[in-house]
Design a protein around this ligand. Structure first.
Ligand SMILES: [Cu+2]
Length: 242
């Protein structure tokens, strides 16, 4: 189809040069449309590898997925591994705190930079959950991510190596609304570089909801008092009272 459109485009270019005005206008439309179509098709072809995740080091089956496993390539700036650790993370509704729906059984981890970390994700729910860590160097980890995913109850294990430097990495489940509903955590390499907002049990939201007035006995009493004063004031003005 692209070939046909390009051919039309070439014909159109010739026509634009040689034909009368009305023909030239119609062929100009064909020229424009063909260029638009061919550029659209070109961009689709460019994005196809992303859709198929052809270069993400992905291991995928019906039960889950591992993306960007790296057990042996040292990130630049790491002279050697600083250590090797294994963690087990459970993910599911049963770990959610009041006000949330999903959670990991732990919200924070801390390791030395250049640590080789093996993560086992155990999903205790029947829905899909992920352990997705962001902010890694893209020359090893395409899109800067390392991801474990388990579709329903089950588990999956994989390994990656943290780069050098003190940094706080976001960990979350990328299934729509799961992070917003509580499945969010942070991993600190070294001292980290601060805390992330809305980490369950660790930090509050970036923007607080504006419920500044807490209703209790005192505020109720003050409200009643202001009401009485207001009624008396208006009553005096209207000469309802002596
Ligand atoms: Cu999830």
């Amino acid at each position: 189809m692209g070939f046909l459109l390009r051919k039309k485009s070439q014909q159109g270019t010739v026509a634009c040069r040689g034909r009368p005005l009305q023909k030239a206008v119609s062929t100009l439309v064909v020229c424009t449309l063909s260029v638009l179509f061919s550029s659209e098709m070109g961009s689709t072809q460019e994005h196809e590898p992303h859709q198929h995740h052809a270069h993400h080091g992905m291991h995928l089956d019906t039960a889950g997925m591992v993306m960007n496993e790296n057990a042996d390539q040292l990130p630049r700036g790491c002279p050697r591994l600083s250590g090797e650790h294994e963690i087990t993370v459970r993910a599911g509704k049963e770990f959610a705190q009041p006000g949330t729906m999903f959670a990991y059984d732990r919200s924070e981890w801390s390791f030395e930079p250049c640590t080789k970390l093996t993560v086992t994700l155990i999903n205790t729910d029947s829905v899909r959950h992920q352990w997705m860590l962001h902010g890694l160097p893209r020359y090893i980890y395409p899109q800067g991510m390392f991801t474990l995913e388990v579709a329903g109850k089950g588990q999956r294990t994989s390994t990656f190596i943290l780069p050098p430097g003190d940094k706080t990495y976001l960990v979350h489940c990328d299934v729509p609304q799961h992070m917003e509903k509580g499945m969010k955590a942070q991993l600190k390499a070294g001292a980290g570089d601060g805390d992330l907002p809305s980490i369950p049990g660790v930090t509050g939201p970036r923007l607080q909801d504006p419920y500044t007035l807490a209703w209790n006995g005192w505020t109720h009493g003050a409200g009643v008092l202001f009401g009485i004063v207001g009624v008396l004031f208006v009553g005096r003005k209207l000469r309802l009272f002596p």
